[in-house]
Write a protein that binds this ligand. Structure first.
Ligand SMILES: Cc1cc2nc3c(=O)[nH]c(=O)nc-3n(C[C@H](O)[C@H](O)[C@H](O)COP(=O)(O)OP(=O)(O)OC[C@H]3O[C@@H](n4cnc5c(N)ncnc54)[C@H](O)[C@@H]3O)c2cc1C
Length: 473
């Protein structure tokens, strides 16, 4: 290890989970290794957390943004351990998942199986598909693999393997409910690389999953969704508490970054003096980063990214003993169904302690690419529309005790076909012109909270290695 005496300054732009994780690991390593490095975290809003936002209200825990995560590689667990909050991580309760087709709810096998690329065959045998749909899906066992190595839309990929019905009743609803995306534009390579590889290696996805399913399950230790006892914002609060308070600038919007002759960079913002630093980690959405770097012309060849506008609507109800779906955790909505909502979760079935005894807490998503106007409606119109859908889907007729509408404008990055190539090209451009400016976060290598934590930690390691030739500790 070689540590220079010269003091270095690193700015982390964006105080979402990616930026906070990067700042935390930079600061921790600086303290542990006595590195001469100062970290400053710059966030445009007055709070940290970005998309992660928990409202604690009258004994209810309402997640305005993400409500849980699948920690395939234990990245959040690792961070929680480092922060001393691992004990506060909780797994979800068991519960059934349904897909609404028309106004009928069909139970489907464990959703984790789909999310983790396991047991697709069990979906195919579920009651959700017609006989001809099942026969077409079984065609996957016989069909040759594609000779093409090119990226393709998720919809085309699964239609090719399993037919139209699987796509309409399973793939589309699950993806619309999770990524609010248009499967005819989203990239199979960027979003489901495991499926892309399965076809390459095993030809048939069903056979490939059979062969590799168990090892995938063991490798990833997939058991359940996770959150924190007192809500996801626990992670943000703990990260903030671990950072030195004078390293955090809230309410400061970065407007541009310039390269100086000595190789360092200068950050210009809306309301404070320019900050000179040796490296910058930008964790804002890509379009915000593109604006900040606009004057350099560096990202001109990379088009703006598309983001879906969605809203979460959480409602509390007095519990009705005669209610249906007591075993339900959530349902997704088939595109063929005439609903405004795309997915619904019974939060108090999925998690303990998110609602006082005797109350139900339901959370739905509305809006997806191409169907976003609903998010612009007033809160009361959104509430009315959601209640109509819930009455048709699950027979709920009660009035809610309260409703929390959280709008997320242009918030869900869409990894469209060619995403990986564009990201690689962008990184090469940056490396050539601004080698000490790094772009990471949900616009690049994974949208989920664990993916963002991984990117934040990895970039801190990469930078320390570049600056001090230090292997991360
Ligand atoms: C409604 C919703 C539900 C979701 N559900 C789940 C889920 O259940 N599970 C899951 O794993 N993931 C989920 N996600 C995805 C996940 O929450 C996000 O991808 C992740 O939190 C993004 O973190 P980030 O730090 O990369 O970006 P962000 O959280 O977007 O943080 C970026 C920060 O940069 C700041 N910023 C922007 N421009 C500037 C500027 N010019 N100067 C300074 N600061 C700036 C912003 O204010 C923001 O705080 C969900 C997302 C949404 C919106």
């Amino acid at each position: 290890m070689r540590v220079t005496e010269e003091r270095r300054k690193v700015a982390v732009i964006g105080g979402g989970v990616t930026g906070l994780t990067a700042a935390y690991y930079l600061q921790r390593s600086a303290q542990r290794n006595s590195l001469p490095i100062d970290v400053v975290l710059i966030e445009s809003s007055l709070r940290l957390g970005g998309k992660i936002q928990t409202l604690r209200k009258d004994g209810f825990i309402v997640e305005r943004g993400p409500e849980s995560f699948l920690d395939y590689k234990n990245s959040v667990r690792g961070l929680a351990k480092d922060l001393g909050i691992e004990q506060q991580m909780v797994p979800n309760n068991d519960g059934r998942t349904y897909v609404a087709v028309g106004s009928h709810l069909y139970p489907i096998p464990n959703l984790l199986a789909f999310g983790s690329a396991l047991e697709v065959s069990s979906f195919i045998t579920s009651g959700l598909l017609s006989l001809s749909g099942k026969l077409r899906a079984a065609g996957d066992l016989l069909l040759p693999k594609t000779k093409d190595d090119e990226d393709e839309p998720i919809g085309d990929f699964f239609r090719r393997r399993f037919g139209k019905e699987v796509v309409e009743n399973l793939v589309e609803p699950l993806l619309a409910g999770t990524f609010a995306g248009d499967i005819d534009h989203l990239s199979i390579k960027a979003m489901f690389p495991q499926f892309y590889q399965l076809e390459k290696q095993h030809r048939s996805l069903i056979l490939g999953l059979k062969k590799s399913g168990e090892s995938l399950r063991n490798e990833h230790h997939i058991e359940s969704y996770q959150t924190f006892q007192n809500g996801l914002e626990t992670l943000i609060e703990s990260l903030e508490a671990h950072l030195s308070p004078n390293s955090i600038l809230k309410g400061v919007k970065v407007e541009s970054i310039d390269r100086l002759n000595d190789g360092s960079v200068q950050i210009f913002s809306n309301n404070i003096a320019p900050i000179k630093c040796d490296a910058v980690i930008m964790t804002t959405p890509f379009n915000a980063a593109k604006e900040v770097l606009d004057h350099s012309g560096l990202l001109d060849d990379i088009p703006k990214m598309q983001y879906a506008t969605i809203a979460t609507v959480t409602m509390a109800f007095k519990q009705d003993e005669s209610k249906k779906y007591k075993d339900a955790m959530n349902f997704f909505v088939s595109r063929n169904s005439d609903f405004a909502i795309t997915t619904c979760t019974w939060c108090n079935h999925k998690w303990n302690d998110v609602a006082p005894a005797g109350y139900d807490l339901l959370r739905v998503y509305i809006g997806r690419v191409g169907d976003e106007a609903i998010v612009e409606l007033s809160d009361s119109d959104i509430e009315k529309t959601v209640l109509q859908d819930l009455e048709r889907a699950i027979g709920l007729e009660d009035a809610p005790l309260f409703t929390v509408v959280s709008r997320w404008k242009e918030s869900m990055p869409q990894y469209t076909v060619g995403h990986d190539n564009r990201t690689e090209f962008m990184r090469q451009q940056l490396h050539r012109e601004y080698p000490n400016v790094k772009l990471v976060g949900s616009s690049y290598e994974g949208i989920s909270v664990p993916d963002c934590v991984t990117q934040g930690k990895n970039i801190a390691e990469e930078l320390l290695k570049e600056m001090f030739e230090i292997q991360y500790a």
